[in-house]
Design a protein. Structure first.
Length: 379
């Protein structure tokens, strides 16, 4: 198992004895973060074993100018770190040793050159994954002057820690246990798309909720929001765009699409960027061709040579840490591009894409203007 291999390497490397920092931010801004609970009382949770409102946990990353009296936030919630330690059978202290580059509770303060509200991006993790496994990606995007919101999806995400030490885990394996994987996967994208909508409704209509983000003084402008995710999260981004016109542009990071793809693609009339890992393309995945061909206008594809599906997670960077210490990590898990390079690559391309899409400009010309990444092919 990929995670077991890597975490055994990290156990040998640090044995929980010192801090493992996530990589330095590459954007011009420093970043703050806060974790919030969002209960949507207008929706029943479709996966809960008992009737209850949909209850989300989100992490918000945003640009700041001042770090005084604030400290860097751990990359993992203590309960989530404990869950990973126990479930994967690695020595304690490893996950709690990983520190983000974001300051907990710092005040949102955009750069002086761009004093208005930063554009908002919503991010959904891969199936079974947690928003916390993408901390490096999310905070790095935020350093380019975005409010980035990572979302966990109850009973789909492998483990969610709530306030007051409450936790939620899936009931079995919703996809793996299903007799109809395509139908179940399509349903999950619908649930996740509804979660995206719950988040922008809360930020845009509920000033009390939005003001929990330090430095926010009222409702946020959610009339044009970007939406993206990895794997199932990326497919859910497309579904969300088909359902709500406030999602002005989206991106799928190496995820198969699910549902009625002709219908979804035709409903996605605004820009959409598909980022492919090496070998995962329209030839190997029929869902890519179906989504792209049904309505090709405004669809962009980036193929990243030497990347693998797991390269889009923080685990790829942690594998760099292990390799730097002389501990071998199998190439088939993360490819050869390197986790830190992948973080930089994604930030550069996603920043240009969302900046042009949300702010106006030629998206294709902008993507073509990104240099220094010969492993990328744009179509």
């Amino acid at each position: 198992m990929l995670q077991t291999t890597l975490l055994a390497c990290l156990a040998a490397l640090c044995n929980g004895q010192f801090v493992i920092p996530l990589p330095a931010l590459t954007g011009p801004s420093q970043v703050g973060t806060i974790t919030l609970e969002l209960v949507d009382n207008t929706r029943l949770d479709p996966l809960s074993p008992t009737p209850q409102a949909r209850d989300l946990m989100i992490s918000v990353f945003y640009p700041i100018q001042h770090t005084r009296r604030y400290t860097l936030s751990p990359a993992y919630d203590p309960l989530y770190a404990e869950f990973l330690t126990t479930s994967l059978g690695v020595p304690p202290g490893i996950f709690s040793s990983v520190i983000s580059q974001s300051y907990a509770g710092a005040y949102l303060h955009p750069p002086d050159a761009n004093p208005g509200q930063p554009n908002i991006l919503l991010y959904s993790p891969g199936y079974g994954g947690s928003r916390e496994e993408y901390t490096a990606t999310l905070e790095n995007l935020a350093s380019y002057n975005y409010i980035v919101v990572g979302i966990d999806h109850p009973y789909d995400t492998g483990f969610i820690a709530y306030p007051n030490n409450r936790t939620v885990t899936p009931i079995g394996d919703p996809i793996g246990d299903s007799p109809d994987v395509p139908a179940t996967s399509a349903n999950l994208t619908q649930y996740r798309a509804a979660d995206f909508i719950s988040v922008i409704n809360a930020l845009g209509k509920n000033a009390t909720f939005a003001k929990q983000i330090p430095g926010v003084h009222g409702k946020l402008d959610v009339s044009k929001v970007g939406v993206l995710g990895h794997s199932l999260g990326g497919a859910s981004a497309a579904t969300a765009m088909a359902l709500d016109s406030r999602f002005a542009c989206g991106s799928n990071l190496d995820g198969a699409f699910w549902g009625n793809l002709t219908q979804i693609s035709k409903a996605v009339t605004k820009p959409f960027l598909l980022v492919e890992a090496n070998g995962h393309n329209r030839t190997s995945d029929a869902s890519f061709a179906a989504f792209l061909d049904a309505n090709p206008k405004g669809k962009y594809v980036l193929d990243v040579k030497n990347a693998k599906h797991a390269t889009f997670t923080d685990l790829a960077y942690l594998s760099d840490v292990a390799k730097a210490a002389g501990i071998p990590v199998p190439e088939q898990d993360f490819g050869t591009i390197g986790g830190e390079r992948m973080l930089v690559l994604l930030a550069k391309y996603l920043d240009v894409y969302f900046r042009k899409c949300l702010g106006g400009g030629d998206i294709k010309k902008g993507l073509e203007g990104v240099t220094g990444f010969p492993e990328v092919t744009l179509s």
